[in-house]
Design a protein around this ligand. Structure first.
Ligand SMILES: *Cc1c(COP(=O)(O)O)cnc(C)c1O
Length: 506
């Protein structure tokens, strides 16, 4: 054995095991230290400062460097200047604090390094994924006809839903096998419906799938930001009258901005009446499958032809972790490929399960283990309580902000997103209000103490709390409210002074 290499690989020799322990202990320590020290979610470095620090970190030498030195550098740059997502005041995006079981499972996932494309590269892991998918499909309410596969997240899952639906539609409407023959000329007439608040990946996938962004027809939402069924039905008829072919409707269970949930049963009825493929994007809301109080919001989910669920959002798994489900496993035939060196057709005949046949990835991570370890260690009851708590807290937070005349809240949280804005006392002019809210979001990011998102509604700027962390409390929310108010007033004063300064003659 070449001893210069020996400690860098896992093998039974002493040098390997001790090097493994040493390095693992160091990184565990790094994370524990960060957890103890991170009093704010961010240290507030500017993009330029961070970029130049990272440039220095990138000094890669021909000889390996001392562990102490490297760890110190990683700590001072990577750890320090990262967004500490486990801090409860990190509430911007659908970006979750990872559960400890998930973090621990990643160590095993990485060391085993199974590749989920073929059974011979992941003998136990293939069945962990398959059985976990069956368990989840049952929670959705699907029958044994259903199937699914782990994905890199909602983007890939939505893409897969639209890919299967497109190929299904070309078979149905043009008797074309898209896999073999490509898209027919008439594919330019295909149309997909979704609400105006659907995720941007619906448009992105349409573009990638050769249908074009213009193939996506957005439908108005009601006052709760949910797909308006009457308008969707009218749109289908209107499109048909124009000689176009609506073939799919994408409903969202938990929109990214508002957490609103489209009326799934009514959408399924429409899809059934009009022979549309129904895909439900439950990337966010899919966690309510285990909710004790809000599971009913997902009634209708088993009526969908395909479903997206993300586990790196409200399931608290480290990135990446998601899944795609189909009601009828036969539909996976629209993407299956067979390679002699990987998953020859005779494997299938011999009953060997090669997950590559259900995926758009080849080499693929063993993410299923994280979710399995989480469920087994935490239990589905406690998991459901976490989700319920965050929803309850979001509802209370929305009430809190609404009761304060300095704020406007524009959604009744169905899940745990609260969209609001600060209303300055000085002026009710739209541009002025927008400026101040934008500055509020930025200044809190710069200070690092409160990380919130910004979004736009009808052209105006709003702030958003995505309240995923169940360690948050209403007390903390009250503090945030006061801080935002104080900061808002300070920005107003500063603006007032500047205004005054400008109007002075030189
Ligand atoms: C986050 C999200 C996506 C995209 O998922 P990724 O995991 O980021 O790829 C799609 N749809 C909805 C509703 C989402 O919230």
């Amino acid at each position: 054995m070449n001893t210069a290499f020996a400690k860098w690989f896992l093998h039974p020799g002493h040098e390997s095991i001790s090097a493994y322990y040493e390095l693992m202990d160091r990184v565990v320590q790094l994370v524990a230290d960060q957890t103890r020290r991170a009093h704010t979610p961010f240290t507030g470095g500017s993009d330029r400062q961070i970029a130049s620090k990272v440039k220095r970190l990138l000094a890669i030498t021909q000889e390996g460097q001392q562990t102490d030195k490297v760890m110190e550098e990683i700590e001072q740059t990577v750890m320090k200047d990262s967004l500490w997502i486990s801090h409860p005041s990190a509430m911007a995006h659908l970006h979750c604090p990872p559960l400890v079981p998930s973090i621990a499972a990643e160590v095993v996932i990485n060391a085993l390094n199974q590749s989920m494309d073929s059974w011979d590269q992941s003998p136990a892991a293939t069945y962990v994924e398959e059985e976990l998918i069956k368990f989840l499909a049952k929670q959705i309410g699907y029958t044994h006809e259903a199937e699914g596969v782990f994905t890199s997240g909602g983007t890939q899952s939505n893409y897969m839903g639209m890919l299967l639906a497109r190929n299904w539609a070309c078979r149905r409407h043009f008797s074309m096998n898209v896999q073999k023959e490509g898209l027919p000329f008439e594919a330019g007439r295909l149309r997909i419906l979704c609400s105006e608040h659907a995720h941007f990946t619906v448009q992105q996938s349409a573009a990638q799938l050769g249908l074009g962004i213009n193939a996506v027809v957005t439908v108005r939402t009601d006052d709760q930001k949910r797909l308006c069924i009457r308008e969707a039905r009218a749109k289908v008829h209107e499109l048909r009258q124009q000689g176009l072919i609506p073939f799919m409707i994408v409903a969202t269970a938990g929109t990214t901005d508002f957490g609103s949930i489209d009326p799934l049963i009514e959408t399924a009825q429409l899809a059934d009446d009009e022979h549309l493929w129904l895909h439900v994007d439950a990337a966010y809301g899919g966690a309510m499958l285990f909710s004790h109080q809000y599971k009913d919001l997902l009634n209708g989910l088993p009526l969908a032809d395909s479903v997206t669920i993300d586990f790196h959002k409200l399931y608290y798994q480290s990135i990446s972790c998601g899944a795609f489900f189909v009601k009828n496993k036969r539909n996976f035939r629209y993407i299956a490929h067979y390679a002699d060196y990987l998953n020859p057709q005779e494997d299938g005949e011999a009953g060997i399960l090669n997950l590559v046949e259900k995926s758009v990835q080849t080499t693929k991570r063993f993410d299923a283990l994280k979710l399995l370890m989480t469920f087994k260690l935490i239990g589905t009851d406690t998991f459901g309580e976490m989700v319920d708590y965050t929803i309850q807290l979001a509802k209370e937070t929305a009430r809190l902000f609404r009761e304060d005349p300095c704020f406007e809240v524009i959604n009744d949280p169905e899940i745990n997103a609260v969209v609001f804005r600060y209303l300055p006392a000085g002026s009710r002019e739209a541009a002025y209000i927008n400026d101040i809210n934008l500055e509020l979001q930025r200044s809190f990011y710069r200070s690092g103490e409160l990380i919130m998102a910004k979004t736009k509604q009808a052209g105006d700027v709003y702030l958003k709390f995505t309240m995923l962390n169940p360690l948050n409390t209403i007390g903390q929310m009250k503090e945030h409210l006061q801080k935002i108010k104080r900061a808002g007033k300070a920005i107003e004063e500063k603006k007032g002074e500047m205004q005054y300064g400008y109007s002075l003659p030189y």
